[in-house]
Unconditional design. Structure first.
Length: 583
RNA sequence: GGCCCCGUAGCUCAGCUGGAUAGAGCAGCAGCCUUCUAAGCUGUUGGUCGCAGGUUCGAGUCCUGCCGGGGUCGCCA
């Protein structure tokens, strides 16, 4: 139930009523007509731009058209007043009963309030995290992980058919380096003194247990084998272990993927990469050619040579992209093409990629590949997630990648908790750099948005507990129509109005792929609740629990339950807990 | 040098895909206050939306060109 779309329907009807034989021409422009809350609450409850958008088609001045539409809308029994303002806005003021009904109906919907069908079950793939299986996750992965997970929740709630996917880079040079690093630990586990870890191998001691496990399993038999023999065995074991570590890290953030897709599974003789490239060759999209060197500074090892290229440029990429390396193996990009083909083959229409901002150069080629492979059917959206800067009480946390002393995701979660991490990662637009302060995010203060929002929910529960105590157990049931009708204070109606916005926030956030809008909305709702609460300090008549007036109390408790409902649903979408009390 | 992202109050950021007089929190200023268990509260100052053009009824939002900051730039993943 979205009040704004309901009234959009009524505005459409009013337009249709006065359109006459222009109806067909006007229908084409209807999508630009919106009904939204006005920026300034004094303008009314809802505003529509219909008259300004359609003035040309009607051959009328915006304000004249607005007048005609207003006359129609005034016939609506739910509308208390219609005003025309500015260049031709139509402002609607709704009868109070509409808000009361809205509250009753959202309480009836319960946890389903806000759910939408705009996704129309579109098959949607959200790929996120996809960290190389070479070690535990560090903070750099954290933001994309939370973002992708919350976005997936949001899209599901908005009616998309969502698959959460992780692309495992288990082919290529990196996992060979991993295998060699583990092999060293294996020798160490057998009692050998391996000394310092050589440059170019992974130094982290998280690999020691893997080496130990191999020693337990194989004894010293691997020592006698050549690298060509032991490497695949060690590699497979190492990848499996690292993936288990990563899944464990993700679970600490309450993140679980549906599909872990192996890059290696695409490769090999007659594999998906082979067949995909064959198809592209047949389609004339692959050729042997030379690439112009990059503009500006020429890389030192630049060598002008002929290579196998995919014609991505004609699909919007900056240049064509190589598919085969100089050693005749496939490039990472070739796997990517086959992987994209696989996703499209599985029927996905919406392909969302959550990547770090340093992958910005990858956007155009992904879009081009999807366009080339799906004939423009599959829609790609790459969400770039900016970096997180860590602070400890205002001081930047120093990290050196070379020395391997990066902060792990697990350390952050263990220190401040899952809720703080998740909420803060979402309390900023994805493409803006985010400052994360260990001290601030656990502070119990107004300046800490995690606490501020969770505390608002705890406050609703505290009120309900309190009311149950002072009024007896009879406050849990649904409020009667008479009780609801007692809601009339501007602050109370204002809160309902805010609650009624939730469904359209869900829809717009889902369509824009911007979960942060939910976080900001919740922060506003929390703020409205706290403000209304504070008014009760000066004016006891506005408090939720009115000792000698059970009917008014019942109505107000329904409002409290409505706020609690939306806060908990919103927090659920973000993957953040809604605690009943905070002490 | 090419491409991508960012630039909004002193600071940190929103701005609902083009709407009305651009918002919030912090800081500042001025008051009030000891709680329906809870973060003290209320009011208020503060803006050439980086700059210059353009598109139209209307631009922080879209287009072009500059300025500043970050990222990225054949075969690494």
């Amino acid at each position: 139930m979205n009040l704004f779309s309901i009234f959009l329907g009524r505005v459409h009807a009013a337009i249709h009523d006065i359109a006459g034989d222009r109806a067909d021409a006007i229908a084409l422009h209807l999508s630009r007509v919106v009904v939204e809350p006005p920026r300034d609450a004094s303008h009314g409850d809802m505003a529509t731009n219909a008259a300004m958008v359609l003035a040309k088609e009607f051959g009328a001045k915006p304000r004249d058209l607005a007048e005609a539409l207003a006359a129609k809308l005034r016939e609506d029994p739910d509308v208390a007043a219609v005003e025309i303002a500015g260049p031709g806005f139509i402002n609607l003021r709704l009868r109070e009963a509409v808000w009361i009904d809205a509250l009753a109906s959202m309480l009836g919907a319960g946890p389903e309030f806000g759910r939408s069908q705009i996704g129309q079950n579109r098959a949607t793939n959200v790929e996120y995290v996809s960290a190389n299986p070479t070690g535990p996750m560090h903070v750099g992965h954290c933001r994309g992980a939370v973002f992708g997970d919350a976005l997936a929740n949001l899209l599901q709630f908005a009616g998309y058919d969502v698959t959460r996917e992780y692309y495992v880079n288990d082919a290529g040079a990196q996992v060979d380096v991993l295998a060699r690093s583990v092999y060293l630990r294996y020798r160490e586990a057998l009692g050998e003194d391996i000394g310092a870890i050589p440059e170019g191998l992974y130094p982290g001691d998280y690999l020691s247990p893997v080496g130990k496990a191999l020693a337990d399993l194989y004894g010293d038999t691997l020592l006698k084998k050549s690298e060509a023999e032991w490497l695949p065995m060690v590699r497979a074991a190492a990848i499996e272990e690292m993936l288990a570590v990563i899944k464990d890290d993700l679970a600490a953030l309450d993140i679980r993927h549906d599909v872990f897709f192996s890059e290696a599974s695409l490769q090999g003789q007659g594999g998906a990469v082979d067949t995909t490239l064959d198809q592209l060759r047949k389609a004339g999209l692959v050729y042997e050619g030379r690439l112009p060197p990059p503009k500006g500074q020429l890389p030192e090892d630049w060598e002008d040579r002929e290579q196998t290229l995919f014609k991505t440029e004609q699909f919007g990429d900056d240049t064509d992209r190589p598919l085969v390396k100089s050693d005749c193996s496939y490039t990472y990009f070739a796997s990517d093409v086959a992987y994209m083909k696989d996703k499209i083959g599985r029927g996905f229409e919406e392909l969302i990629f959550v990547l770090g901002a340093d992958h910005g150069g990858y956007v155009k080629r992904l879009e081009a590949v999807a366009a080339a492979l799906s004939g423009g059917k599959a829609h790609v959206d790459v969400k770039l997630v900016q970096l997180v800067r860590l602070f400890r009480a205002g001081e930047p946390v120093k990290m050196s990648k070379r020395a391997g002393d990066f902060v792990t995701l697990r350390e952050v979660v263990d220190e401040v908790g899952r809720d703080a991490v998740r909420f803060m990662m979402l309390f900023r637009k994805n493409d803006a750099v985010l400052d994360f302060d260990f001290a601030k995010v656990v502070e119990q203060s107004r300046e800490n948005p995690v606490f501020y929002v969770q505390y608002a929910y705890a406050r609703t529960q505290s009120v309900l507990r309190n009311a149950a105590e002072s009024l007896g157990g009879d406050v849990g049931g649904p409020a009667s129509a008479d009780a609801l009708a007692r809601l009339s204070d501007a602050g109370e109606i204002g809160l309902i109005r805010k609650l009624a916005e939730f469904p359209r926030i869900v829809e717009s956030a889902a369509q824009a792929h911007e979960p942060h809008r939910i976080a900001f909305y919740l922060h506003e709702l929390a703020s409205d609740l706290h403000h209304h609460w504070n008014r009760g300090n000066d004016n006891p008549g506005l408090r939720f629990v009115v000792a000698d007036d059970p009917q008014a109390t019942n109505g107000r408790l329904a409002l409290v339950r409505g706020v609690a409902l939306v806060l908990s649903t919103g927090l659920r979408l973000l993957g953040v807990a809604a605690p009943a009390e905070m002490r």
